[in-house]
Design a protein around this ligand. Sequence first.
Ligand code: 5GP
Length: 114
Amino acid sequence: MEKTLFQKIADREIPADLVYEDDLCVAFRDISPVAPVHVLLVPRKPLACLSDATPEDAPLMAHLLLKVGDIARAEGLAEGGYRAVINTGEHGGQTVPHLHIHIIGGRSLQWPPG
Ligand code: 5GP
């Protein structure tokens, strides 16, 4: 199966501005940031979207959510707050078919989204 764009970034085949990595996930700056801080946190496992996660992925999903908090703190977002977003499928606005969590902050964000 062909690697996804984010697998290629995780495997260093495509350059990206990495901010964190471990054996389960990698985080890098979004190429088109929508705020002063815009990081994508991606599992190395190529789950296409949130709905593809199964109970066996529970430890991975927990790891990712805990890393969101760590990365937000490291990026200086903990005090002002931030948003973690998982776009899923066509209506969710997902454009890259590899599960990823947007970590967005550094300015006041609007709600609800469009
Ligand atoms: P989605 O719309 O699927 O939730 O988010 C995909 C995100 O990936 C977008 O915010 C887009 O800017 C980002 N993106 C797309 N291609 C690249 C790339 O080659 N490198 C990086 N760093 N980000 C990318």
